[in-house]
Design a protein. Structure first.
Length: 261
């Protein structure tokens, strides 16, 4: 958990500075704040493929993934590939992302956008809405049950879908509440960074059917998705598999077409 602890410490400092520079009232006056959102959960529930494709430049585990691509090309490519939604990493220090990436993605496509961020303050949810997000990620490992409730209810009041990420049974049990739309199982062990699809398999039966089930990390093959679909998973978050190529959109298109065969 060391890396996660470090990210949270840095994030608290970052949010504190942002709050002092841009007040909530200013965020609420953004042109995008009144925009009607597109539901990622609904898209996933009626899809046969369920791909959420990610924009991610680097990560603490893999370092540089791809610094050459621009967000416009990635977002418009993903839309042409017919993905269910796009995840946009907005953390700067560890993932090389920014809120500008979210703005550019919003201007480039008309698919649901998930702000993938380490949310530790309600301010970041207002920020997500103001920058064109349709959904937010909440990570159970860094939040209390009360925080999950508070943040998910705020998101719902702004018409944002909520994807709650868990890594184990304990996190899942503390997190289940009606203000969530999707529950994502992260197959990556945060202590060892090892990835195993067994995590998604073992937790699947514990997730109530009221929620759209999403599997995250280590989804790099058609076989992985075909293995998890019988366990009730409707969403599959794919990050570096597309981003490490020269053309993520074309790669995603090919992947989805193969999945539909």
């Amino acid at each position: 958990m060391d890396i996660l602890n470090n990210i949270v410490i840095d994030k608290r400092q970052e949010v504190k500075i942002k709050k002092s520079l841009i007040p909530v009232k200013q965020l609420e006056q953004s042109v995008l704040f009144e925009r009607a959102t597109i539901s990622l959960a609904k898209n996933l529930s009626k899809s046969t493929t369920g791909i959420i494709a990610e924009h991610k430049r680097r990560s603490p585990s893999k370092e540089v993934i791809n610094h050459k691509l621009n967000v416009y090309d990635v977002a418009s490519g993903y839309e042409k590939a017919d993905v269910c939604g796009m995840s946009v990493l907005t953390d700067g220090k560890y993932f090389g992302g920014s809120l500008d990436d979210l703005l550019i993605a919003r201007a480039s496509c008309n698919i649901p956008l998930l702000r993938k961020e380490f949310i530790i303050d309600s301010y970041q949810i207002i920020e997500a809405k103001a920058h064109g997000a349709d959904a937010i990620l909440l990570i159970a490992a860094i939040l209390t049950k009360d925080q999950i409730k508070q943040y998910s209810e705020l998101a719902k009041s702004l018409n944002l879908d909520v994807l709650l990420e868990v890594h184990n049974e304990e996190e899942l049990h503390k997190s289940i509440m009606p203000s969530l739309d999707m529950i994502g199982v992260n197959n990556r062990n945060l202590k060892t960074f090892e990835v195993s699809l067994e995590t998604s398999k073992s937790l699947s039966s514990l997730i109530p059917n009221d929620f759209v089930k999403v599997s995250e990390s280590g989804i790099s093959s058609i076989d992985a998705i075909k293995t998890l679909q019988p366990f009730g998973y409707k969403g599959f978050l794919i990050g570096e598999n597309f981003m490490k190529t020269d053309n993520p959109g074309a790669n995603a298109k090919q992947f989805i077409e193969s999945l539909n065969l």
